[in-house]
Structures are given as C-alpha cells and as structure tokens.
Design a protein around this ligand. Structure first.
Ligand code: SAH
Ligand code: CA
Length: 213
C-alpha cells in the first residue's frame, strides 16, 4: 500500500539525493535473488535514515532486522569516525550478502552483524546506544523497546519501521493478525511512555521516531 498519490511520491523521490551505486546494486540484487524484497528500505526511506543518522552523529547504532543490509549501510553513513553499527538478523543466509555490500560501501569495519534471535542477542551486547532502529518481527516490537530503553545514551533515538502496517493499524477488521496487534501495542506503549518524546512520521509504511528524554 502506498499512502501518497503516485505523482507526489515520484516527485519526492526525484527531489531526494540519489542512492549510491552500491545501494542501487544491493536493491537490484535483493529484488532478483531474495525472498520478500519489499522489506528492503529503498531509496527514499534509505535517504531519510541516512539523514537522521547524520543529524544524530551516533557512536553506537543497534539495528534489529538486517535483511540484506540496505538500511544498515544507510544508517552507518552518520556514524562518527570510531563509530560502530551492530545489526541482528535471525536468517543466516543473508550474512554473505550483507558482508559483501558492507565491504563495497566501505563500511565493513563499522558494521558488525550478529546472526540469531534478537531477543537473545540484544541482552548479550555490552553496549549503550545512541540510535536504535527496530525493523524485525512486528510481534516483538514492544519487547525490543523494553530491551533497549534502559541501554540508551542521553539524547538517544529509537526509530521503528512499518508502524502503520499498510494502514492496518486503523482498520476495524477483527480478529487482527498478530503483527497488527504487535504494532498497535507498540504504538500505544510509546505514546504512553514518559521516557520518550515521539512523532509518527507517515512516510512510506510509517516511521515512529522516539527521542529518549
Ligand atoms: N532493515 C531492513 C529490512 C529488515 S526486514 C531494511 O530496511 O532494508 C526484517 C528482518 O527481520 C528479516 O530479515 C528477518 O529475518 C528478521 N527477523 C525476523 N525476526 C527476527 C528475530 N526474532 N530476530 C532477528 N531478526 C529477525
Ligand atoms: Ca521495514
């Protein structure tokens, strides 16, 4: 589902800096070879994530849900010189492709991929975070928030993708699927939590941006 009229979406894309050649190749190879290529962030959202990261200038980024590494490479653009991005995915088949493209993008030393279930890996990472990007299984968004909120550095940000879930969060449909339920619970949780100030950006599939106060 596309929230914006097609021509407005196209106009926004054509007035947004191009994705790098490496990212364009990664996008193409993902579309050609990997299941569910819709999950890849893509040009506009990639530039949004890169811009947020450049504004925040994080030393430590945690990404939950790597997929083929598109968003990781975009988020890494804002890292400080000694910065690192840790990214987690449960699908081990993706690791080669992520490594290959991280190297092509010149970010190989900065992107550290962990293969496994994020609910188990997050507590084992001995870091505190300036920026967290939540983009894995939607049922666990609230759990991921709980796992990271105590490990955030001052003025850190938590960004969560797909929080509008193609508009399903406002559909009356019952029973709701578990992913929609997970996202509804997450959005309500964030809205009620005084530890963050949040804004839901209705871009692409919805980005929840939380500033830890
Ligand atoms: N951030 C990527 C897209 C991520 S797609 C981008 O924007 O380009 C979601 C990913 O979450 C999938 O690759 C899936 O394998 C992963 N995932 C799902 N459940 C997970 C879990 N419990 N732990 C870690 N990764 C998980
Ligand atoms: Ca996503």
């Amino acid at each position: 589902m596309q929230f914006l009229p097609e021509e407005i979406d196209q106009y926004a894309h054509s007035h947004t800096s191009n994705e790098s050649e490496v990212l364009a190749n990664l996008n193409r190879e993902t579309q050609a070879k990997v299941l569910q290529p819709r999950m890849l962030s893509g040009h506009l959202q990639g530039r949004i994530l890169a811009t947020f990261s450049q504004m925040i200038q994080p030393k430590r980024i945690l990404e939950i849900g790597t997929y083929t590494g598109y968003s990781a490479i975009c988020l890494a653009e804002g890292l400080t010189d000694t910065g690192e991005l840790h990214t987690i995915d449960i699908n081990e088949e993706l690791e080669d492709m992520v490594d290959r493209y991280a190297a092509a993008a010149g970010t190989e030393g900065k992107i550290k991929m962990h293969v496994g279930d994020a609910t188990e890996i997050i507590p084992s990472l001995n870091e505190t975070w300036d920026l967290v990007f939540i983009d894995a299984d939607k049922e666990n968004y609230s759990r991921y928030f709980d796992l990271v909120i105590g490990e955030m550095n001052r003025e850190g940000y938590i960004i969560a993708d797909n929080v509008l879930w193609s508009g399903k969060v406002v559909e009356e449909l019952n029973p709701k699927d578990t992913e929609t339920k997970g996202l509804l619970a997450f959005n309500e949780k964030v809205q009620a939590d005084a530890r963050v100030e949040n804004v839901l950006f209705p871009v692409r599939d919805g980005l929840m941006v939380c500033r830890v106060v």
